[in-house]
Design a protein around this ligand. Structure first.
Ligand code: HEM
Length: 153
């Protein structure tokens, strides 16, 4: 292997390691803190999301929101687990991509940045320790799983 290829591989491995660390040491504890508020965190999240984009509130009009809160909690955990290399979570995100894609709920790819921005705003409102650095960690950790969902639209 050439020296530059080897150094590229090392940089890639370091990035993966750092991503796993951020997921475990920053994002997971922050999310646990948010979930300690029971349904409050998710109720806030969906209320804000519905305000931000016309049409989203209507999509949830007939959804059992208590059950939805439980499912989205698992969903966010899958996004975090995916950043840590979980194959099971990759499979679950592919399934979510199908239910959210063109043939399903038909969630336009550009809505996902709104979804992340709203999640970040809600995290910052519920986790007193969530600062700019924590938000940056959240965003980089969620990115891969969200990109996977969007790529299967
Ligand atoms: C703006 C973006 C999004 C919108 C508008 C949206 C909308 C919805 C709606 C309307 C439902 C209820 C479906 C029903 O019961 O009829 C749902 C379910 C669900 N959503 Fe989303 N969603 C978005 C993004 C995401 C993301 C990024 C995830 C990733 C974790 C996710 C995970 C789930 C899960 C796990 C369910 C439960 C049903 C299933 O497993 O497919 N959603 N979503």
């Amino acid at each position: 292997m050439s020296a530059s290829k080897q150094s590229q591989n090392e940089t890639g491995a370091q990035l993966q390691k750092r991503l796993r660390q951020l997921a475990e040491e920053v994002v997971r504890p922050s999310f646990r803190w948010c979930c300690d508020d029971g349904d409050d965190f998710f109720d806030d999240f969906y209320a804000t999301l519905s305000e931000r984009a016309p049409g989203i509130g209507a999509m949830f009009a007939h959804v059992d929101m208590q059950e939805q809160n439980r499912l989205i909690r698992r969903g966010v955990e899958h996004l975090i687990d995916f950043a840590q290399g979980s194959a099971e979570s990759a499979g679950e995100l592919r399934r979510i991509a199908r239910t959210h894609g063109r043939q399903g709920l038909n969630i336009a790819p550009e809505l996902y940045s709104l979804w992340i921005d709203t999640l970040m705003e809600t995290v910052r409102a519920h986790d007193p320790e969530a600062d700019d650095n924590a938000e940056a960690a959240w965003r980089v950790v969620l990115r891969g799983g969200i990109d996977l969902i969007i790529s299967l639209y």
